[in-house]
Design a protein around this ligand. Structure first.
Ligand SMILES: [Fe+2]
Length: 193
């Protein structure tokens, strides 16, 4: 089995343990500590690939183009995020007065793993000028679960739309290829904590 199959198998196995979240965390930590993982995923390509999907578990490989920023969204299920290439900044939000307000953040380097609770709202940014690779594991069906995203300019809540996310990846990849700044394309950026 290669390292990607190992990771998926370890996550599936983890779901049968008494503490699935900590077992998934361990599995993700082990995988992103292995330099073979980046090698197995090969040349970075913007977007996300579904490595495994069931009602209880989704395993995704995210590749963030340089300087991409994804609008705030929630998952409504716990998640484990592990970085195997580059860096991923997470900005957190909490609901307030019918909208959301920033509530801190954290910066993840290679080999870091972040656990998110089911009520987490985050925006994700690749702050570096190279692709970032991250494994995101969710304690549910990431694709089918209805949830929310927030317009980055107005912070208005909207139904989460995976096609909009795919468009954002494509736009960020085009901007990176053309050497343009994404911030130049979307003038008002997210409020900072
Ligand atoms: Fe997310």
């Amino acid at each position: 089995m290669d390292v990607v199959e190992d990771l998926v198998a370890a996550c599936v196995q983890a779901m049968t343990e008494t503490e699935p979240r900590s077992a998934v965390r361990e599995a993700v930590s082990r995988a992103v500590a292995d330099p073979g993982l980046a090698h197995a995923f090969g040349e970075p390509r913007a977007g996300f690939d579904i490595l495994y999907r069931s009602d209880e578990l989704t395993v995704l490989n995210f590749t963030w183009p340089p300087h991409m920023r994804l609008f705030p969204h929630d998952h409504r299920m716990w998640a484990a995020i592990g970085i195997y290439r580059g860096r991923e900044d997470n900005q957190f939000f909490r609901r307030a007065d019918g909208s959301i307000v920033p509530s801190g953040g954290t910066s993840l380097d290679e080999r870091d793993v972040l656990m998110l609770g089911g009520d987490a709202i985050h925006a994700v940014e690749n702050p570096i000028g190279a692709h970032t690779g991250a494994v995101h594991v969710y304690g549910g069906d990431f694709v089918a679960q209805p949830r929310s995203q927030w317009d980055p300019r107005t912070l208005a809540e909207e139904p989460f739309d995976l096609d909009v996310v795919r468009d954002e990846f494509a736009r960020a990849e085009r901007a990176a290829d053309a050497g343009r700044s994404l911030d130049a394309e979307i003038p008002p950026t997210l409020p900072r904590p």
